[in-house]
Design a binder for this molecule. Structure first.
Ligand SMILES: Nc1ncnc2c1ncn2[C@@H]1O[C@H](COP(=O)(O)OP(=O)(O)OP(=O)(O)O)[C@@H](O)[C@H]1O
Ligand SMILES: [Mg+2]
Length: 327
């Protein structure tokens, strides 16, 4: 396996100073990343998830060289990011969903022209890459618009294009769909899938949206309190987390709780009933059975969100079991 990204017992400890009375300050250490090891092969698309404050952004910042690890060994494309940040910058692309890398007051195209020069991208390559991004991310009508006037979804697409103009081999995305509507999310996901399929770009994706992961990543890593809790297929995460999906059923009238094992009714409100079922089970036979046996008006399936999966994963795991989840 060509290990393109390699982390070996990487740690990041922040020293924070807290006011503890008049003149007195207390020093405290925050172990944001706590001995994390993993490798990502070239061309893989991996989800990196976990609750708020888990250490995801800190990991990504170390992978770009913005932050230096407190301990451990880290390599991206054979490069030590914090030592050779500039050299690495030519080979990686980064999108921080919470913060734009575009020039706020300039038309979008001017930011791209600046990047063209900053990265010394050959003219033909720059034009090809820009044309492709403009087409696939539907930026045509937006190039002359100042970034501050773009909607969040438009800005995010603009940011993704900016990260790709120099054709990086790896793309780090830190919450690229945060705050986007359904259509914008679909556009961004479709684009990332194509990028990975066609160019074999390695992608590390941080998100709170489990659908991003379901639609894009065959592999997911879960971190919490700076530790890697799980590394494997998404389906396996559902098993480890014993997570549940929810079926929301609208009946023609109020009826006794629906009887449809392995689902069980968790809530009833008039003609509407909520049924939970194990996330690893297929919804199709369950839906078919309920439709055949009950007077159905409407029905929808709700996916468990990542926070719930993780919460379950902890509640359900005996000490040591979480460790076992990491192979
Ligand atoms: N520069 C910093 N100085 C001190 N502490 C920091 C710094 N950056 C991050 N931390 C702390 O490190 C921990 C991990 O933060 P990080 O931003 O990596 O979390 P995250 O997983 O990206 O969370 P979120 O989902 O909220 O974005 C948190 O406790 C955070 O407060
Ligand atoms: Mg973050």
């Amino acid at each position: 396996m060509d290990a393109f990204i390699q982390l070996d017992r990487v740690e990041k400890v922040f020293e924070v100073r807290k006011k503890a009375g008049f003149l007195k300050r207390e020093r405290r250490q925050v172990r944001a990343v706590d001995s994390i090891s993993f490798t990502v092969a070239r061309g893989e698309m991996v989800g990196y998830i976990g609750p708020n404050g888990a250490g995801k952004s800190t990991t990504i910042k170390m992978l770009t060289g913005i932050l230096t690890p407190s301990a451990g060994r880290l390599r991206v494309a054979g490069i030590d990011p914090s030592r050779e940040r500039t050299r690495l910058a030519h080979r990686i692309g980064v999108v921080f969903g919470q913060r734009t890398t575009l020039w706020w007051d300039l038309p979008l195209i001017d930011s791209y022209k600046l990047m063209h020069r900053m990265y010394r991208i050959p003219d033909a390559r720059y034009r090809d890459n820009l044309d492709r991004c403009v087409e696939l991310l539907e930026l045509g009508g937006l190039l002359d618009v100042p970034v501050r006037q773009l909607s969040l979804g438009q800005r995010m697409r603009g940011d993704i294009a900016a990260a790709l103009l120099h054709e990086p081999e790896v793309l780090y995305l830190d919450e690229p769909t945060i705050g986007l509507d359904v259509i914008s999310k679909a556009k961004v996901r479709g684009f990332l899938r194509e990028l990975n399929d066609e160019r074999g770009t390695t992608v590390l994706l941080t998100t709170h949206d489990l659908q991003d992961i379901e639609q894009l990543c065959s592999r997911v890593m879960v971190i919490d309190h700076g530790r890697l809790m799980y590394d494997g297929a998404l389906a396996g995460l559902h098993e480890v987390g014993e997570s549940e999906r929810t079926l929301v059923v609208d009946l023609e009238r109020e009826l006794p709780p629906i009887d449809a094992a392995p689902a069980w009714v968790v809530r009833v409100e008039g003609p509407r009933q909520w049924l939970a079922f194990p996330a690893a089970e297929s919804a199709a036979p369950l839906v078919a059975r309920i439709a055949a046996e009950y007077p159905l008006v409407d029905l929808s399936v709700r996916e468990p969100d990542i926070e719930a999966v993780i919460a379950k994963m902890y509640a359900g795991s005996a000490p040591g079991q979480a460790e076992k989840a990491v192979s």
